[in-house]
Design a protein around this ligand. Sequence first.
Ligand SMILES: [Fe+2]
Ligand SMILES: [Fe+2]
Length: 295
Amino acid sequence: MSNLTVTREQVLAELNSVPMLPHSASRVLEISNDPDHSMADISRVAETDAILTAHILKVVNSSAFSLSQRVDSLERAISYLGKNVIVGIVLSYSLSALYDKPLEGYASQKGALWAHGLRTALASKEIVKFTSGKHYANVAYTAGILHDLGKSIISKFMDGSVRELISSVENGTAADFLDAERVLLGTDHCEVGAELAKLWSLPDSLREVIRYHHRPRLADETYRPLVYAVHLGDMISMMGGLGTGADSMNYQLDSTYPDYVDISEDQLTELWFAVEQEFNKTKSVLFGDEEGDEQ
Ligand SMILES: [Fe+2]
Ligand SMILES: [Fe+2]
């Protein structure tokens, strides 16, 4: 493979130049990770950040909602949009530097990481209900948005190598795309994403999903139902080529998933349709009508 000069250390050093997550965003993530949180808790944190508050109000008053009156309080905005959409807005606001660029190394365009993350989020929060970790529904949504975070960091190191990465999967030199990343860079988007999660002090549950979403059987037992849910949610999200680009469907489904997720193939297919509908409704809220579904 080309690009042999890139080392794992160089890739990980890139994390030093990633901006810290705004305090309001880390608090919202922390709170939404608590199964007993309320809308008021989220509203209290969001209102400490004036730019975030203005952004949420702009979204709720946007054309995606045909409201008869302008919404001017955060609490009302949150009750209109629902907690999950609010978490999505907080993340889109605070991750824009990482998520709003094309992923050259995956041959995908601007918006693909968001669209894939949102589809995975919508699927994962439903799939987790079929596991013993039902209480993780909110976490599954957030984890779905964040699961491929590492791609935004490693993408530039893979630019120019996409074709080789794919053919190494096709000819069996690499077990899957993740393995191909590791051969090229000495690391992969899961490890790099998990390192970033550590740097940002994200909750352990989110870090575990980011680290093991392609290898759920290796996750810590406490979080395994959640990790399996996002693993399957990711697969659902990639069905029909709706991934982040060249790597789509070049990953393996962990055959042990039925040990953790009690769901039939028919139920998974139904879920795919429901996710597509929900995605089309939510994407206009988060990205406006024209963005967010590029491959
Ligand atoms: Fe991934
Ligand atoms: Fe993914």
